[in-house]
Design a protein around this ligand. Sequence first.
Ligand code: ADP
Ligand code: MG
Length: 293
Amino acid sequence: AIPLVVAINTSLAARNGMLIRDRIAMEDARNLDAIIFDKTGTLTQGEHGVVGTATVDGVDEDEALELAAAVEGDSEHMIARAIREAADERGIDARDADDFEAMKGRGVRAFVDGQEVYVGGPNLLNHLDSDVPDALRTFADEAGENAQTVVYLVREGELIAAFAMADVIREESYRVVDALHDLGIEVAMLTGDSEDVAKAVADELGIDTVFAEVLPEDKDVKVQELQDQGKLVGMVGDGVNDAPALTRADVGIAIGSGTDVAVQSADVILVQNNPMDVVRLVKLSKASYRKMQ
Ligand code: ADP
Ligand code: MG
């Protein structure tokens, strides 16, 4: 038979919008040493808007945006949506692109009028072995310092434009970090975004540990890194990208509308997209299992 207290806390959890897929993990939640949060869409709202554009000589902003929007035409990513919206707001008509390819954690690639065009962040530039030209460096640095995500436009091997996009830190995130610290839990953040954006967000929130520019296939390695320090680790994420990290974590927590893959990889599902529920989960675990001893 299921111990009564477990049955109680499961229904209590359900009433609090927490679905428990693994009871052991629920019990472990009270002993977590560290919790890693996905940045975009979890600690931030994940609603990027294009707030600035810079181009190299000979390329104008509309032309750059038109090209970028064409390449992002088939992408579901929030960055893609923001670029299409920005083009739309300027009255730029959607253009066709061929052979679209999503490069997970890096960006996108497609052909426009036979030209190979990429849009993506620092991980894409590493992949292409491409550098930010001097003409765009100040723009990119300033954006990064302001916690704006920068993506680049590369046409036929030449980096010709940069777009700065602003995301907003969620009000609840401040309280989450404080509350977890009060519980003695280390707070970490994991993101595919650039070092400087990650650092700006982490500094603002008082986050202890930052993993930035992490490719989707390496996210679980960062969880393991903390586990190798002898820590019991929780991971909070919502995306397909987060699934291996959720599986690797001692307590994998899928949040919000989360993708099916994330939900299937998690031990606990937080139905509402409220990071404060992570704190409630830890407290509920502490309250429930203390009684059993
Ligand atoms: P996160 O870890 O924040 O969920 P992702 O792994 O989805 O981020 O993406 C990491 C980085 O890859 C983004 O910050 C961006 O630089 C780049 N990127 C991913 N998808 C796209 C896209 N469709 N267009 C442009 N850049 C992208
Ligand atoms: Mg994500």
